[in-house]
Write a protein that binds this ligand. Sequence first.
Ligand code: UGA
Length: 429
Amino acid sequence: MNVCIVGTGYVGLTTAAVLAELGHQVYCVDQNHDKIEQLNRGYIPIYEPNLKEIIEKNRDRLTFTNGLDLGIKHASTVIICVGTPSLTDGRTDLTYIQSAIDHLALHIDSYKTIIIKSTVPPGTTEQLYIQLLEKGVPNHLFSIVANPEFLREGSAIFDMLHADKIVIGLRPDDQRSLPIMKSLYAGISCPYVITSLTGAEMIKYASNAFLATKISFINEMARICDAVGANIHDVAKGIGYDPRIGPHFLQAGLGYGGSCFPKDVKSLEQVAHSQKITPHLLQAVQLINDSQVDLYIQKLQQAVNHLSDQTIAVLGIAFKPNTDDTRHSPAEHLIRKLSEAGCIVRAYDPKAKLDSSHQPNVTQTDTLQEAVEGADILIIATDWQEFQQLNWREIKARMNGPIVLDARNCLRRQDIEQWGLQYIGVGCG
Ligand code: UGA
């Protein structure tokens, strides 16, 4: 098939790479000239494992262009992957997607299947359908489909090729799109969930809200474990064997970040309010998450006399491992709070870059060793694999003080303590 993808963020690029791998001819359109120029030079603007390799492998099936007209001319299937960021009040900013639809309307002169992959509040895809009609595109020239993505940054290629389901939301009168969607994803073996447009939009929101709820749940359990002297690892393991609960997303720590969970949970809360529903659970999930960084700061304050005198090595800047993304990163939030508390902070991350402007006494080091050298306290803020395999004997020799704060509960206490270091986690018994 000839496919046009609008928006080359991590969802758009991953989708393009995988569809090219599946044999489709893919036109990737983005308004950003620099990005398209970089992609044409072979430079991938984000770090995503295997993305570069798959793009290189399928280069002859991929076209990167600023011209939507070119993409639309060749493709009968258009996938919208533009950003849907948060407005200040938590509602979703639909400006980019509405503008993409306006542009699309100018170029449609033969039948197109328009697939909305951007995450949008329930009701949006139907509004976009009406927008296309109002822009003069006749009903018989297009169908619109809600087809959310469930890709995790850091394993997006794997997640798309090994999807656990494909969700397809259709308008009630749409007889044409389902076979087209099945051809598009032929080669990906998984169940299909066929539903209405709002059904598909809600599945995406409910999925992220549930995962965020699991994280806040385990973080609350960790606080209680701390108070009663139980170990949260044992609790997570114990409850995780129950198939109704499952073992995943029960890692206590600094809380969730990234470009999806914070935005989507807030947006769903706003959707509920707009329908006169009070979303008590979603509010509690966010309240817990928003106080996780403070909880760890309190732990440090209890462990040292004056936090402001401390030199602190923070390992991890990205919102999670295997990505250079720092959007809503709890690690970055922690660094800011430590800087405000007067600490000297030396941060290190294998991929992510810290914006340390306006943060007094904060620097990013090129190596982990530089960050650790002479530090009073070491904090694991992102659970990169390499931080879980450190030589603690060497770390102890480099550090000035003894404290290791495991803010991702990803280390083994005995590995730290055997070298005379002091381990602090949350809910560690
Ligand atoms: C999330 C969802 O997992 C994807 O299914 C979804 O497609 C994506 O959002 C999206 O809406 O586009 P992502 O934001 O890449 O993916 O990250 P996750 O792996 O879900 O992690 C989110 C945050 O939760 C990270 O800060 C991570 O450190 C934290 N987390 C995760 C925990 O604190 N504990 C856990 O047990 C798991």
